[in-house]
Design a protein around this ligand. Structure first.
Ligand SMILES: Cc1cc2nc3c(=O)[nH]c(=O)nc-3n(C[C@H](O)[C@H](O)[C@H](O)COP(=O)(O)OP(=O)(O)OC[C@H]3O[C@@H](n4cnc5c(N)ncnc54)[C@H](O)[C@@H]3O)c2cc1C
Length: 459
């Protein structure tokens, strides 16, 4: 099916996980497989089955191997129409039925969708929607994709983890694992899954390392290395130990955006600035291009730090960042993966290394010496070699107050922005989330996290 079917596995206790489905999740068919009602009564309570019914639509069916009286009664009491049917294997009977009277699910249809902004957020979304059969017009005011914050040669893909269970921590871990698998399945040479090393270079990062290791030591997400071990793995001498993330890596931004947009259902419309987006009283979604309105079934603003020009949102600010391109040298040319400390250093890309990145409120779009010096200063934590700067690049991150992106609809217009300093990690799952909203299919982000991402949460 060319990636058009996805499996969402939700692991955990039924009482907690079922209520974490969100109202967008209307399920087509349930197979209730909760062991024998005697041995596992928690699975078959009326409360649980009411929630099963709540997340069903008019044509949803269920089946279960059991025909126990308790199950039958609880299913009926929770709104299902229940029938006894011939069983299978050594079972004489089983129960089947429909959900009753919930709202009808919209039949799958193809839609005409406009995306404003061809950075990593817009390109991931265009790819996902086109794969689902929708027609996508992606607009950018520049003359190609990947020119805004995404315009750095590379973006390093790794998570900002926390040992505490919060919506923020769950989003960070989940989006990272999702991104790594998403880029894997693109089978593109623009994703280099080298792993990423997160160095513990000061007291705050050492504290974070200790706290992460106290939360998990299964080596599945990260593994601890001292400076000696990591130097031998990295291929160059590094100053500190820390945590290695084997699922991390980096994307070559321009190439990956090109790959993502290469689909016959995607029309790339460049050098075109959108000046207005609106929903009319008649519920038409319009965008204005050169004073002319164009109608779409859905519009999604993916305009990074400039999204506030098109939609009224609070809690997001532009933060300038500059990367420095440094000349390679025999001392560090063999670096095998990105190393992140206060700043980061990339392996050799073409014939330079990318050294990132400054973080300031300066509004200038020019590369400035002062911020090269800031980057070089941060490099001292990573290694002790001298470097020679050849050039750089400037971008503006869209940074939210709580460091989570802004994802979802505001009065009929979708927003996918606020990816801050981690767009390559957060963009893929946010693209899937918005596509699921548009298609009314089960989302891969639970209810609590989706509330934490709400696009209008600061309004
Ligand atoms: C110096 C620096 C280093 C970074 N390093 C990393 C890193 O290593 N790893 C990582 O994951 N992230 C990193 N980031 C963050 C990352 O770059 C962003 O999170 C990500 O690029 C945001 O992508 P986006 O698509 O939301 O926005 P953008 O890439 O900014 O794209 C928005 C697009 O919208 C277009 N646009 C805006 N307004 C309009 C309009 N009215 N009409 C038409 N088009 C419009 C713009 O031209 C632009 O192309 C870094 C950022 C900076 C600045």
């Amino acid at each position: 099916m060319d990636g058009r079917i996805s499996l969402t596995l939700i692991l955990g206790e039924i009482e907690e996980t079922i209520s974490s489905l969100n109202n967008n999740n209307l399920i087509d068919a349930w197979y209730l497989d909760g062991f024998s009602p005697n041995k596992n009564p928690e699975m078959w309570t009326e409360d649980i089955l009411r929630l099963v019914n709540k997340f069903s639509h008019q044509e949803t069916t269920f089946s279960t191997y059991t025909s126990a009286r308790l199950v039958k009664d609880n299913l009926k009491n929770s709104g299902f129409e229940v029938h006894k049917s011939q069983g299978f294997g050594n079972k004489r009977h089983m129960l089947i039925g429909t959900s009753g009277t919930n709202q009808k699910k919209e039949r799958e249809s193809t839609k005409k969708i406009a995306i404003i902004g061809a950075g990593i957020a817009g390109c991931c979304l265009a790819y996902k929607l086109a794969k689902r059969g929708h027609t996508v017009d992606i607009y950018d005011k520049s003359n190609s994709a990947s020119t805004g914050a995404t315009g750095n040669k590379i973006l390093v893909t790794y998570p900002r983890l926390s040992a505490h269970d919060s919506s923020y921590a769950r989003f960070c871990l989940h989006s990272f694992l999702y991104a790594s698998r998403f880029y894997d399945q693109l089978k593109t040479s623009a994703w280099i899954k080298s792993g990423v090393f997160l160095m513990s270079h000061d007291s705050a990062s050492k504290k974070r390392e200790t706290s992460l290791l106290s939360a998990r030591q299964d080596n599945l997400i990260f593994e601890q290395f001292d400076s000696h071990e990591i130097s031998s793995k990295a291929g160059i001498k590094l100053n500190n130990g820390g945590l290695f993330f084997p699922h991390g890596g980096y994307i070559l931004s321009e190439e990956i955006c090109k790959d993502l947009l290469e689909h016959q259902k995607i029309n790339q419309i460049f050098s075109t600035k959108i000046t207005k987006v609106k929903v009319t009283k008649e519920n038409k979604t319009l965008i204005t291009v050169n004073s002319k309105d164009h109608e779409y079934t859905h519009v999604c603003i993916c305009s990074g730090a400039e999204s506030t020009d098109l939609i009224q949102i609070n809690g997001v600010n532009p933060k300038r960042g500059q990367v420095s391109y440094i000349e390679s040298s025999s001392e560090y040319k063999d670096l095998n993966f990105p190393v992140c400390a206060g700043g980061y250093l990339s392996p050799l890309i073409e014939d330079i290394h990318v050294l990132g990145s400054s973080y300031s409120n300066n509004k200038s779009e020019e590369v400035i010496e002062e911020e090269h010096l800031e980057n070089i200063k941060k490099l001292e934590d990573i290694f002790s070699f001298k470097v020679n700067v050849l050039g750089g690049n400037v971008g503006f991150r869209a940074v939210t107050k709580d460091r989570l992106p802004l994802v979802g609809a505001i009065e009929g217009i979708y927003l996918n922005a606020g990816h801050g300093s981690r767009g390559s990690t957060s963009a893929p799952i946010c693209a899937e989330f918005i596509s699921d909203h548009i298609d009314k299919t089960p989302t891969s982000i639970d209810q609590e996290v989706s509330l934490a991402l709400r696009a209008d949460r600061f309004n």
